[in-house]
Design a protein around this ligand. Structure first.
Ligand SMILES: [Zn+2]
Length: 96
């Protein structure tokens, strides 16, 4: 099983948009099956395609839910690179 097997795409992507990008073009990040389980359990992502997760858009940055904030802080503390990318995406997608 490859280490990074699941695509994690930005909140505004549709299934069609997923198909118009390649995994090698740097447009999204990849997470492991274990991280997929964690993020689904935390309610941060939704399944878009069987191997593609999409970030939920319901996280206004000024009101980052306690749950989400705590989760991200924990992941950043663990130096998970995807947590950084996810936070950056949230900041972008919720900009005024
Ligand atoms: Zn990918």
């Amino acid at each position: 099983m490859p280490n990074h097997a699941i695509c994690l795409v930005p909140a505004h992507w549709t299934a069609r948009e997923v198909q118009s990008h390649r995994c090698s073009d740097g447009s999204h990040i990849h997470i492991t099956y274990a991280e997929r389980r964690e993020m689904l359990a935390a309610g941060l992502v939704e399944a878009l395609l069987p191997r593609v997760l999409r970030l939920k858009r319901t996280v206004p940055i000024r009101g980052l839910s306690t749950k989400t904030g705590e989760y991200l802080a924990l992941q950043l503390y663990r130096r998970r690179p995807w947590a950084r990318a996810m936070l950056a995406d949230m900041l972008r997608s919720t900009a005024p």
